[in-house]
Design a protein around this ligand. Sequence first.
Ligand SMILES: CC(C)(COP(=O)(O)OP(=O)(O)OC[C@H]1O[C@@H](n2cnc3c(N)ncnc32)[C@H](O)[C@@H]1OP(=O)(O)O)[C@@H](O)C(=O)NCCC(=O)NCCS
Length: 156
Amino acid sequence: MSFVTAIRRMENADLDRVLEIEEESFVTPWTRRDWLYELTENPINVIFVLDVIENGIKEIAGFIDFMVTFSSSTISQIAIAKKYRKQHLGTELLNKMIEHLKNEYNEIVETITLEVRTHNQAAIAFYEKHGFEGVLIKPAYYSNGEDALYMVRRLI
Ligand SMILES: CC(C)(COP(=O)(O)OP(=O)(O)OC[C@H]1O[C@@H](n2cnc3c(N)ncnc32)[C@H](O)[C@@H]1OP(=O)(O)O)[C@@H](O)C(=O)NCCC(=O)NCCS
């Protein structure tokens, strides 16, 4: 595919497309209400969406939602629509998050953390490629009883 990309803050008008990507990406997808909370009420998070623009047509291909608490930032969700995966768009979103943290919280945020399902080999490979290390297992972390791998990457 030949397209250009642009990353921007998520807006209310993006909700339907974000929910489509959410539903094809996660075992227990967040609901519209969950997303509305993230978008309009959560005081400590940031959500970026990545647009692909091809022949003048724009479509959201993915998103990243993260929060900042003191010296740490946590990725709440990152997803790329299936048809756009493995084209480094997830990498673009992660790099945008890192750029934002360095610009807005220079030398305050020291680490990025996340939890990922232990069966989610694609996501674990993605995070390892980007310098995250699995540091511990959180047993039965998810509502279906699945374990989480807690991963950490130093930012500074
Ligand atoms: C994880 C996810 C966001 C990665 O997005 P992506 O745009 O496909 O990833 P990228 O193309 O930027 O991948 C960068 C690197 O990560 C690794 N990687 C990504 N997907 C992989 C896969 N399916 N298998 C193995 N390695 C993979 C590779 O090393 C890749 O580099 P390469 O293409 O040069 O080999 C995407 O798979 C996704 O949306 N998954 C569903 C939602 C999800 O699981 N989110 C994480 C929950 S914690």
